[in-house]
Design a binder for this molecule. Structure first.
Ligand SMILES: [Zn+2]
Ligand SMILES: [Zn+2]
Length: 254
């Protein structure tokens, strides 16, 4: 299985997974041109996409969707709430905590807490490796924690530094929205959750959905070091990556 983050942040999100005949796109919040350009890295193009999962209806996750959908033929998966928000009727309904299959992949949709109709995260497994994909959530419900443990790759939101957010010039309602329980994970939330989830299989952590105004890579690194050291998590074997808004990351092979 290979994983490619095409871009991530409040202006657009998309990731790509290939295994066997399956070419799965997660979210289509970037332009078709951007997606196409990134897919060249793995010798694919948008016409090769077989499946698309949309995590929720916010524009940074669906911006490129209509153009992509109009001109290509793939299976579309989302929750009922997301479909209602997007006014889409022709799709495969997925339900939180109900596993479904795409080719070799077994996928578990995860219930999240975000100001969208019915947002989800994902656990994606093939016979060899597994990916935990969580962005756009104010917190991670503790009930789902057992499902999140010991995956090979984590794509996990580290949205904002709480101090930078509080002291930023953003309007108060927006600060409250971001920091609220239906908002986004801060660096410390993300680090704490990761300390509970990481295991001996864990080799890759991609910090995702990083705020351009209220965060930077050094602040994320500092928060993770502090929390992981205090929890005595051994992270020597783990490679850390920082997702970018305007560029794709290197391909990760699992
Ligand atoms: Zn988002
Ligand atoms: Zn969102």
């Amino acid at each position: 299985m290979l994983f490619l983050n095409i871009g991530s942040g409040s202006k657009g999100n998309a990731s790509f997974i290939n295994t066997g005949e399956t070419n799965l796109l997660i979210d289509a919040g970037l332009s078709v041109k951007r997606i196409n350009k990134a897919l060249k890295k793995v010798k694919k193009e948008v016409g090769n996409i077989t499946d698309l999962i949309i995590t929720h209806e916010h524009s940074d996750h669906v911006n490129g969707f209509l153009t992509l959908f109009k001109n290509n033929n793939f299976n579309l998966y989302m929750t009922k709430g997301t479909a209602e928000a997007l006014k889409i009727v022709d799709y495969h309904e997925i339900v939180a905590l109900k596993d479904f299959q795409i080719g070799n992949l077994t996928i578990t949709p995860l219930p999240l807490s975000h100001d969208a109709n019915e947002p989800i995260g994902l656990v994606i497994k093939d016979f060899k490796a597994s990916i935990c994909y969580i962005t756009d959530t104010g917190y991670i419900p503790y009930q789902i924690l057992p499902l999140l443990e010991n995956h090979h790759l984590y794509f996990l939101e580290a949205n904002h530094d709480p101090f930078t957010l509080t002291t930023s010039s953003r309007p108060l309602f927006l600060k409250n929205r971001i920091a609220g329980e239906k908002g986004h994970l801060s660096n410390y939330d993300s680090a704490y959750q990761f300390s509970l989830m990481a295991g001996t299989n864990t080799k890759h952590l991609i910090h995702a959905h990083i705020s351009e105004d209220c965060n930077n890579n050094d602040l994320i690194k500092k928060a993770f070091q502090e929390v992981l050291d205090s929890k005595a998590v051994n992270y020597q074997e783990i490679t850390f990556y920082y997702a970018k808004q305007n560029e794709s990351l290197d391909v990760i092979y699992l």
